[in-house]
Design a protein around this ligand. Sequence first.
Ligand SMILES: [Mg+2]
Length: 119
Amino acid sequence: MAGILIVDDAAFMRMMIKDILTKNGYEVVGEAENGAVAVEKFKELRPSLVVMDITMPEMDGIEAVRRIKSIDPDARIIMCSAMGQQAMVIDAIQAGARDFVVKPFQPDRVLEAVKKALA
Ligand SMILES: [Mg+2]
């Protein structure tokens, strides 16, 4: 269990996701504030799961999914989307993301998606 990498440009979102995960026994090994940093941290940390925001500066979550999947086709990634981002969620799933959760988060839904992605 290499742990989870959390990617979101909003620090409070990363903190909220980290809080949900660590309180439920998951290890968070790293955080990234945009897709470019996420790709670098993925290479460095090889996390067992990436929780990925969609809209971010520098590089968005969809491009980051494509790059991470080209590094490791078995990478497990779930997306965090805002309301009204269905088209981008579909792009992310086609790029290789396994699942998505919609903001504002319900902790149970986040945990369910994480558990399923790691199964
Ligand atoms: Mg964002």
